[in-house]
Design a protein around this ligand. Structure first.
Ligand code: FES
Length: 147
C-alpha cells in the first residue's frame, strides 16, 4: 500500500530535529487526527534555505512527507520553496494512499508557517505567502472533509 520511497523516508526520516535560533519556525496541527508538525528553517542573507529540520507527533505518512519536503526545500531559495507543494512531495514519494493525502498537507503548511515567521521577524513580504493556519482544516469546504 505504501511505495518503497514512503517506507524508506518513514523508516529513515531525513532532517529530524531542531535548529537553535532558527530564522523561522512554523507549527501546524490537524485537529482531526491530533497530529502536529513543527518545521525549523535556517535562511541566510541571500534568502537561501541553508538548513531545515522537523519534529512531529504525526503518523507515518506525515513523517515520510515531511522528510521528503525538507529534502526538497533544502538549499533552495524562498521563491523556489514556495513552489514545492504537497503534490510535488507526494510525486517525489511515488504517491500516497488517498486516505493519507491530508497528512502531506502538514509539511507544506508548516513550511509556509515557518516562512511566515521568518518574513515577520525580518519585516519582509514573501510573494504568494498567506497567513498560515494553525489547523490544516481551517476554512476548508465541508465536502472536502470526507476522509
Ligand atoms: Fe494525522 Fe496522518 S493521520 S497526519
Amino acid at each position: 500500500m505504501y511505495s518503497e520511497k514512503v517506507m524508506d523516508h518513514f523508516q529513515n526520516p531525513r532532517n529530524v530535529g531542531e535548529i537553535e535560533n532558527a530564522s523561522g519556525v512554523g507549527t501546524v496541527g490537524n485537529a482531526k487526527c491530533g497530529d502536529i508538525m513543527r518545521i525549523f528553517l535556517d535562511i541566510d542573507e541571500n534568502q537561501i534555505i541553508q538548513d531545515v529540520k522537523f519534529k512531529t507527533f504525526g503518523c507515518g505518512a506525515a513523517v515520510a512527507t515531511s522528510s521528503m519536503a525538507t529534502e526538497l526545500v533544502k538549499g533552495k531559495s524562498i521563491e523556489e520553496a514556495m513552489k514545492i507543494t504537497n503534490k510535488a512531495v507526494m510525486e517525489a514519494l511515488d504517491g500516497l494512499p488517498p486516505v493519507k493525502v491530508h497528512c502531506s498537507l502538514l509539511a507544506e503548511e508548516a513550511i509556509h508557517a515557518a516562512l511566515w515567521d521568518y518574513a515577520e521577524k525580518n519585516g519582509i513580504k514573501i510573494e504568494g505567502l498567506e497567513k498560515p493556519k494553525s489547523d490544516i482544516h481551517e476554512g476548508e469546504e465541508e465536502e472536502e472533509e470526507d476522509y
